[in-house]
Write a protein that binds this ligand. Structure first.
Ligand SMILES: Nc1nc2c(ncn2[C@@H]2O[C@H](COP(=O)(O)OP(=O)(O)OP(=O)(O)O)[C@@H](O)[C@H]2O)c(=O)[nH]1
Ligand SMILES: [Mg+2]
Length: 211
């Protein structure tokens, strides 16, 4: 029997880190160098034929970086089941803001069983120099464990690197949490089937991915 899921996923992180670009790349396969700040929130839908009997409707909520200082995130985060938190490898300040985004998320939304929504960390603009963060990036495994991320990926919206892999990792984790909510068992992560997208190479650690 065909199963259909609707998952609301948040894409959050500081101004200009590439949230809109990641979504546009993922949903429409386009990239623009031109920066136009998102105002408030934008939406995109991607329908995934996950397997022979599962269709997933991913509702991506593209939340403006400037909203971290606003009051609307509580409304935007409502009923989300997963999040991508993005920083820009060329600007250390955007990495420093990641724990604030994660705390804000965990304070304002949880799964129906009270657990934090699965979140994946994206180190975006990996096509550019990451000099300002050269000491932090090798420690992202530890950072993710300490801050409750299910995994991290170095992404580039410009070159289409690792975006599909990161979202696949998030969806796998969301599905596991859904199953757990029904079965009430408690594995935190799942094993992913191999990713054969040749563009999706590069540094990536996902606790759901095969080591
Ligand atoms: N080189 C490079 N530039 C990128 C990448 N992703 C985004 N950009 C550029 O970074 C700028 C900001 O990208 P946006 O996607 O608009 O950033 P945002 O996070 O949506 O910003 P707000 O809406 O203000 O929160 C744009 O000029 C993009 O072209 C990337 O992977 N590599
Ligand atoms: Mg934007």
């Amino acid at each position: 029997m065909q199963q259909e899921h609707l998952f609301k996923v948040l894409v959050i992180g500081d101004l200009g880190v590439g949230k809109t670009s990641i979504i546009k790349r993922y949903v429409h396969q386009i990239f623009s160098q031109h920066y136009r700040a998102t105002i408030g929130v934008d939406f995109a839908l991607k329908v995934l034929n996950w397997d022979n009997h599962t269709v997933i409707r991913l509702q991506l909520w593209d939340i403006a970086g400037q909203e971290r200082y606003g009051n609307m995130t509580r409304v935007y985060y409502r009923e989300a089941v997963g999040a991508l938190i993005v920083f820009d490898v060329t600007r250390a300040s955007t990495f420093d803001a990641v724990p604030k985004w994660k705390d804000d998320l965990d304070t304002k939304v949880t799964l129906s069983n009270g657990k934090p929504v699965p979140a994946v960390l994206l180190a975006n603009k990996s096509d550019q120099s990451r000099d300002g963060l050269s000491t932090q990036i090798p420690k992202l495994d530890t950072f993710c464990k300490e801050n409750g991320f299910v995994g991290w990926f170095e992404t580039s919206a410009k070159e289409n690197t690792n975006i599909e892999a990161a979202i696949r990792c998030l969806v796998e984790n969301i599905l596991t949490h859904e199953e757990n909510a029904v079965s009430d068992s408690d594995p935190d992560t799942v094993t992913l089937s191999g990713n054969n997208n040749t563009k999706d190479r590069g540094k990536a650690r996902c606790s759901a991915c095969p080591k």
